[in-house]
Design a protein around this ligand. Structure first.
Ligand code: GLC
Ligand code: CA
Length: 537
């Protein structure tokens, strides 16, 4: 099959499956709910939806703990619903991207159930085991969701390794039989007609726990190239790997234009600039804005012509961007549009996270209203360590993953139109004003701004091809850059702050057409709070 790189012109929409639309009143989003909302997505203009995992799962980590890769969890519907979704989306030129969780399975996966019974069972080696004494793990490595990364299994008198929760045992990619089994599963999904895959924590599959190596293990790219050859390259897919540990050099390998690995990775360099150096995301620090421009600019330059970027502010693991680096008070809509302008002028494939196109905000709940395993473990762990509760809650309100996981706000009706029952997690109380129905009725809404940006990206090649050049690099409020091709120029100018911003720039930059802007009140050498625009010549 010819590989067309269609994803270079695409915009992808991430659906957090359990929070998008419930269709049967059990309070949990499902596949029929997504089908019901396809027209809304088509109207926005997106090319593909990425579904967070809908496979059979005990839901210890909301589906990122899979117990059957070739079945749909009854909570989300059936395989027939999945096939219907692929068909119905296809009719609207929307491809369906599945989330592949290949670093670990659920501890309830049949492989693991067998693996933990006996050391000689063939599935035993599908996981990462080490000998040891009960109570004395092989080493001091910690799991991402708290506690030791090692769990004792008395039946085999060994520890298994888990980088995430105890219910997410790590798969052993050193084992060729496991790899082949995974490739068969991927090909099976390809035959179902999916448009691509998002690969969960893919840079952590080649772990070497004895050397404390988790991300970017020595055999990582060997495994990725093998998988790509055996699966993805047989189709015309988009593949995007989640890679917290990627620098531009690593990302160039992952996204090499020869197509030998993946289409692109999610890189997180720009997402860690509001935490204390050396700390965790919970250790809050103000955003270093100049650094943000430098980091995003570096990725633009270093991947130009030799790799491909993903562009995102949000996902199901990150707080809502308008609350994080915009303003979720009086400038909510204005700053949401500004953030979109800054990102959508860049080179790469943009990802919209559900509700971002409405300017949805963080939730500020009491601890008992949260559901996320990471957040709840963090709360317990930090209180035990003696952190004041107030400080822990401040971190949770700023960075907790449930900020992004509250139900999609469709209308000002009961439960925001998400469910006719009790939602699995509370709806953000601002749904009475922030919702899709209101946005669709207002020509000035964030929704229509995103719609326009998406259309512009399809209309002008410069969004795909232009070379990036930073402008006003050290300015403390303004984010500005130029994209150039031989004939054309795109100039993006935005005020990232809630106060006026002064600047001096050659008038020449403002020549041509203003493609889009969020404020009709133009002034010379001054930007209004959160004002943003794009000029094209
Ligand atoms: C990724 C997912 C996250 C999940 C983790 C473990 O980071 O995005 O939601 O908890 O991997 O699978
Ligand atoms: Ca449901």
């Amino acid at each position: 099959m010819e590989r067309t790189n269609w994803w270079k012109n695409a915009v992808i929409y991430e659906i957090y499956s359990r929070s998008f639309q419930d269709s049967n009143g059990d309070g949990i989003g499902d596949l029929q709910g997504i089908i019901r909302r396809l027209d809304y997505l088509q109207k926005l203009g997106i090319d593909a939806i990425w579904l967070t995992p809908v496979y059979r799962s005990p839901q210890d980590d909301n589906g990122y703990d899979i117990s059957d890769y070739q079945d749909i969890d009854p909570m989300f519907g059936s395989m027939e619903d999945m096939e219907e979704l692929i068909r119905e989306a296809g009719k609207r030129n929307i491809r369906v991207i599945m989330d592949l969780v290949l670093n670990h399975s659920s501890d309830e996966h049949p492989w693991f159930l067998e693996a933990k019974k006996s050391r000689t069972h063939p599935y035993h080696d599908y996981y990462v085991w080490r000998d040891g004494e009960e109570g004395t793990p092989p080493n001091e490595m910690r799991a991402a969701f708290g506690g030791s990364a090692w769990e004792w299994v008395p039946e085999v008198k060994q520890y298994y390794f888990h980088q995430f929760s105890v219910k997410q045992p790590d798969l052993n990619w050193e084992n060729p039989a496991l790899r082949q089994e995974i490739y068969r599963m991927i090909r099976w999904w390809m035959e179902k007609g999916v448009g691509g895959f998002r690969l969960d924590v893919i840079d952590q599959i080649a772990k070497e726990p004895d050397r404390r190596i988790t991300a970017n293990g020595p055999r990582l790219h060997e495994f990725i190239r093998e998988m790509s050859r055996e699966t993805f390259q047989k189709g015309d897919l988009v593949t995007v790997g989640e890679a917290w540990g990627a620098d531009p050099g690593i990302a160039r390998r992952f996204s090499s234009p020869d197509g030998s690995e993946l289409s692109m990775v999610f890189q997180f360099g720009h997402m860690v600039l509001d935490q204390k150096p050396g700390g965790e995301k919970w250790d809050l620090a103000p955003l270093d804005f100049v650094q943000l421009k430098k980091v995003l600019g570096k990725w633009q330059k270093e991947l130009y012509g030799s790799g491909w970027n993903s562009l995102f502010w949000n996902n199901h693991d990150l707080p809502r961007i308008v609350s994080r680096w915009g303003n979720d008070g009086i400038y909510r809509e204005k700053s949401a549009k500004m953030l979109a302008t800054v990102l959508y002028g860049m080179q790469g494939t943009p990802y919209i996270y559900q509700g971002e196109e409405l300017g949805m905000t963080n939730a500020s709940y009491e601890i008992w209203d949260y559901r996320d395993i990471e957040l709840l473990n963090l709360y317990k762990e930090r209180l035990e360590k003696g952190y004041p509760e107030e400080e822990v809650m401040r971190s949770i309100h700023a960075k907790g993953r449930d900020n992004a996981r509250t139900p999609m706000q469709w209308s000002d009706g009961p439960q925001a139109g998400f469910t006719s029952g009790e939602p699995w997690i509370k709806v953000n109380p601002n749904y009475t004003t922030v919702n899709a129905e209101a946005a669709l009725a207002d020509p000035d809404s964030v929704f229509y701004y995103y719609q326009k940006l998406i259309a512009l990206r399809k209309q002008y090649d410069i969004f795909r091809d232009g070379q990036y050049e930073a402008v006003l690099e050290d300015h403390g409020q303004i984010f500005a850059y130029i994209r150039r091709t031989a004939e054309h120029r795109l100039f993006v100018l935005a005020n990232f702050s809630d106060s006026e911003a002064e600047y001096e720039l050659p008038a020449e930059l403002f020549e041509g057409t203003c493609l889009i802007g969020n404020d009709s009140h133009l002034r010379t050498n001054v930007l209004n709070p959160y004002q943003a625009m794009m000029y094209y010549r």
